[in-house]
Design a protein around this ligand. Structure first.
Ligand SMILES: [Zn+2]
Length: 208
């Protein structure tokens, strides 16, 4: 990957500062050592796209990491990666473990598998329901997804959180709240165009 992925692991041994606390302090306060768990199986073939921000508490500064990172500890949630508005990529959970980003969830038909966390990688984009996404975020998202595909040696399936934890999952009784991210402002065509470019470049290089 052209740009570095910065480690910001959501575990109690992480001494990196986050506002007045360390990330380790925030995680330890949940009573857990890390905000992830073992996967039940070996298959990881789905990437789930999310957005996150601290807009409810910090409407004037919703994308500051010092405001956003504590939310994971607060909600007992996690994702594998987070991409900032300027395109910095952070790893919060190692790929081989299960992050807690989907909750009660089911893949669209005909797949239909439940508990999407078990076989997916979660990527958070810093955004709100009205901010949209930056060109740099699309580019880095494409690059990151392509890097994941190359490291796993497979093409992944891509879904939004709303597709696996939206009205369908609520109607089936898998969860009570209906997820809406990444929402209508996320441009899937643009994402697949960017991802396609990285896939083609890699294929071209192989042929040369
Ligand atoms: Zn989400």
């Amino acid at each position: 990957m052209g740009r570095k992925i910065h480690d910001l692991l959501l575990q109690s041994s992480n001494s990196k500062r986050c506002g007045n606390d360390t990330i380790g302090d925030l995680v330890a306060a949940t009573g857990k050592k890390r905000l992830w768990s073992d996967r039940a199986g070996d298959v990881v073939d789905v990437i789930v796209i999310h957005y996150i921000s601290a807009v409810e508490r910090f409407p004037d500064d919703p994308f500051c990491l010092d405001h956003v990172i504590p939310l994971f500890a607060e909600y007992g949630a996690s994702s594998h990666y987070l991409i900032t508005r300027r395109g910095a990529v952070y790893r919060l959970v190692p790929d081989q473990f299960k992050a807690w980003h989907c909750g009660g969830s089911i893949m669209p038909q005909p797949d239909g598998r439940r508990n999407v966390n078990e076989f997916s990688i979660g990527i958070e984009l810093l955004a709100t329901d009205t901010s949209g996404f930056t060109p740099t975020q699309y580019r880095l998202l494409g690059m990151l997804c392509h890097t994941i595909e190359q490291s796993r040696g497979v093409l992944m399936t891509y879904v939004g959180h709303e597709q696996v934890a939206g009205t369908g999952a609520v109607e089936m009784g898998l969860r009570s709240d209906c997820k809406v991210d990444p929402g209508l402002l996320f441009d899937w065509k643009r994402f697949f165009r960017d991802l396609g470019r990285y896939r083609r470049n890699a294929a071209d290089k192989l042929q040369k």
